[in-house]
Design a protein. Structure first.
Ligand code: AMP
Length: 111
């Protein structure tokens, strides 16, 4: 299966790592939409939140989102977690991922 984020996790495509543990990988978005913009992905391939996401995978991702916010120094200033699922959300990479955005005042809109 040809999946961009699986290739990044395997190190076949370079990325700027922010954090890694047994179940998750976090790296900088190549086109940052905020001063801090990190992607958190599970190491196992899951397409999106619309897919079957095992509880332990979901929990591991949420822990890593919180960890990344701490590492980026944005826990207290505030941050947003976004996961696009499916065409109406304009999901472009079909491997579950969470955008961690912060480091500046974000827009009041949802995106
Ligand atoms: P989404 O549109 O929610 O599917 O988000 C996919 C994200 O992956 C976008 O914000 C892209 O900028 C980001 N992206 C695509 N290719 C790479 C890459 N090679 N390294 C880091 N981020 C990437």
């Amino acid at each position: 299966m040809d999946c961009l984020f699986c290739s990044i996790i395997k190190g076949e495509i370079p990325s700027t790592k922010v954090y890694e543990d047994d179940a998750t990988y976090a790296f900088r978005d190549i086109h940052p939409m905020a001063r801090a913009h990190v992607l958190v992905v599970p190491k196992c391939h899951v397409t999106s939140l619309a897919d079957e996401v095992p509880d332990e995978v979901y929990t591991a991702c949420m822990h890593t989102c919180k960890k990344v916010a701490e590492l980026e120094g944005i826990s207290q200033s505030g941050f947003r977690v976004v996961s696009n699922a499916g065409p109406d959300a304009c999901q472009s990479v079909h491997h579950l991922h969470f955008h961690i955005l912060g480091g500046q005042k974000l827009s009041e809109s949802m995106a």
